[in-house]
Design a protein around this ligand. Structure first.
Ligand code: SF4
Length: 626
């Protein structure tokens, strides 16, 4: 077997319209600026994709991007990214997955795969180190994600869509192993290209770090930190992300009945603790993983994935369903059809409220899983009202009315944290590049789980959101699991051994100093050990900033501006029965501060000075022969 030291510096580009493939050589200089995975995928699209195209146009590109960590056995390095233009939001989408396709692509010798064009017939793409072949997939048409995956898996690592992707549901996802490229409708983009699946042969190269000694040293430290951090080694390892149900319900931020309440007496039934006690969980994780948040369970003799927190929040409490078996069935049905559970639950929440208000006619009801199951099927197959709901809550509410209670930002439905109880998260939602995303600056951790920041104050939130966004861009570009940040940022001695009361004071009142003191060097140490590329910690943080700002800049070319950095009226102007304090989210104030910190103008557009400082207009790719 041949060996790749660090990066292969090669991206395979395939034009589905012609079947022609080519190799894009990536110089080390570009990795210094964009790190790899998401960052590199974004840069590939920036250099090659015309702004303003329809996401379903053949011109739309999809970059599938494993990062430098993939294949090295670094902790939680089974994650990889895909970047495209989203049909749900109409702007740039980056989404991540932990399935085996990423590993197979990397061990076929590629740092990425760039797909363009549209196949003439219904197809799948086969990749190996020699290049790509387009194959007929007619026999897979209409097959569920799981069936198509099983059928193709003997050829290599698979990423596949289900019926929802084929039917262009705007929040269709794609499956690899048991994990999904979840958000923003990448499955529909694949469907629009007549692309049912991609298989990468894998196993042709082994990946070795450039500095084995430094790698082993930093890998051991990373594992120690993961194993000593409570969130990663106790909460998520035991209960999955469903561990969030209890603190979120207690903090009144668990969405109930389309974000009409923030807690519920039956919330325990869909908690991590309850699923663990009742359904004999076994691990079902990304590979490799040291945190182990993914689980499957035994539901009366049937094995199903135990839904993660966002699924129990959106398909459970947000729809008034607290039966853990019903929630698991709804989640698994979305998986089979290939649909994002967050957007499905958010859109159905809107549809039920719209039904109650007489804006649409449907059988949908809160707390009625049968009615919801039937509508999910109609959405996936494009039947009746389901065809309109397949557009997502923003477009459906534009058609029928009820935009104020469509719980979305920039067209993407919000995850399972009501921002009325977490002002930092409110800002994070409003300025996340891909729309309603909780991961790009996860302030829930500091405000709710660790109680280090007052969730009802605006002070310092812009700075924390910007900093954590930069860290998240690093994570998605190396690529590792987002949950490693709990361990790598909180376990270094300065944070770990500072008394909580002092830490909370520092973070609340002296945030510039607190941010300066956060040690994020482990990410850089591991990346340097693997790639042999030397950049300082500050340069790595600036790479994170560059990636965020580039994505923002690309979105402004698609028409995004200050008017879009907002939240639905229901969250900004209405209070809930369970709100003990009636305090509106000071969103405008926080957004204005955020723009100043980011170097954006009043319209939220990165200034020329900012772009120049981050060298965003520079192009480093030698071979742009797509
Ligand atoms: S912690 Fe969960 S999401 Fe992260 S790599 Fe492991 S299984 Fe995947």
């Amino acid at each position: 077997m041949k060996t790749i030291i660090g990066n292969s510096n090669k991206v395979l580009s395939v034009d589905l319209s012609t079947g022609i493939f080519d190799v894009i050589e990536i110089p080390d200089e570009l990795y210094k600026y964009y790190l790899g995975s998401k960052g590199l995928g974004l840069k590939l699209l920036f250099d090659r994709m015309r702004p303003g195209i329809d996401p379903f146009d053949a011109e739309n590109l999809i970059a599938f991007m494993p990062g430098a960590f993939m294949g090295t056995n670094a902790p939680c390095s089974g994650r990889w990214s895909a970047v495209t233009k989203s049909p749900l939001t109409g702007i740039i989408l980056s989404t991540s997955c932990g399935g085996p396709f990423g590993m197979s692509l990397r061990t076929s010798g590629w740092d990425g795969l760039l797909v363009s064009g549209k196949a003439e017939e219904f197809s799948y793409l086969y990749i190996d180190s020699a290049g790509a072949i387009i194959k007929n997939a007619e026999s897979l048409r209409g097959k569920s994600t799981f069936d198509a995956h099983d059928y193709l898996a003997e050829q290599g690592g698979v990423i596949t869509i289900g019926p929802a992707g084929e039917n262009l549901v705007r929040f269709a996802n794609a499956l690899s192993g048991h994990r999904f490229l979840g958000r923003g409708g990448i499955g529909a983009v694949m469907g629009s290209k007549n692309l049912k699946a991609i298989v990468a042969k894998g196993g042709e190269f082994k990946i070795e770090p450039a500095d084995k000694q430094l790698f082993e040293q930093s890998r051991k430290l990373a594992i120690r930190q993961i194993n000593s951090n409570k969130t990663t080694s106790v909460s998520y390892r035991n209960f999955g992300t469903r561990a969030n149900v209890k603190p979120c319900s207690e903090a009144n931020i668990l969405p109930v009945n389309n974000f009409s309440d923030g807690s519920h007496p039956l919330a325990h039934n869909i908690s991590g603790e309850h699923y663990k006690a009742q359904f004999s969980p076994k691990y079902q994780t990304c590979k490799p993983c040291n945190i182990l948040c993914g689980q499957k369970g035994n539901f009366n003799g049937t094995t199903m994935t135990i839904p993660e927190y966002e699924t129990v929040g959106l398909l459970g409490s947000n729809l008034g369903i607290f039966d853990p078996v019903a929630v698991a069935k709804l989640g698994n049905f979305c998986g089979e059809m290939g649909m994002d559970t967050i957007s499905a639950g958010g859109t159905l929440g809107w549809a039920i409220e719209a039904t109650q208000k007489g804006l649409i006619q449907s059988q949908l009801e809160f707390s009625n899983p049968e009615s919801i199951f039937a509508m999910l099927k109609d959405i996936a197959l494009g039947n009746g009202l389901g065809k309109d709901l397949a557009m997502g809550s923003r477009l459906a509410s534009k058609k029928y009315g009820g935009e104020s209670f469509a719980i979305q930002t920039k067209g993407m439905e919000l995850p399972a944290y009501d921002p009325r109880g977490s002002f930092g998260q409110a800002l994070s939602y409003a300025v996340a590049n891909r729309g309603g995303c909780h991961l790009n600056g996860y302030l829930i951790a500091q405000e709710i789980f660790f109680k280090l920041l007052n969730p009802f104050k605006a002070r310092g939130k812009a700075a924390y959101v910007a900093f954590l966004q930069n860290i998240k861009e690093i994570i998605d570009s190396l690529h590792t699991c987002t949950f490693t940040q709990f361990a790598y940022l909180l376990e270094p001695p300065l944070v770990k051994y500072t008394p909580k009361i002092v830490l909370a004071f520092l973070m609340q009142y002296l945030h510039p100093l607190a941010i300066q003191l956060i040690d994020y060097s482990l990410f850089n140490k591991m990346w340097r050990a693997i790639t042999g590329i030397k950049i300082s910690n500050i340069e790595m943080l600036q790479a994170g900033e560059r990636i965020y700002v580039l994505e923002r800049y690309m979105n402004t070319r698609e028409g995004i501006s200050a008017k879009d950095d907002t939240l639905p009226t229901k969250l900004l102007k209405e209070f809930r029965r369970t709100d003990s304090r009636k305090k509106c989210i000071p969103l405008e104030l926080m957004v204005t501060k955020f723009y100043t910190l980011r170097g954006f103008d009043k319209q939220g557009v990165p200034t020329q000075k900012t772009l120049k400082r981050l060298k965003i207009e520079d192009s480093y790719i030698k071979n742009t022969n797509l």
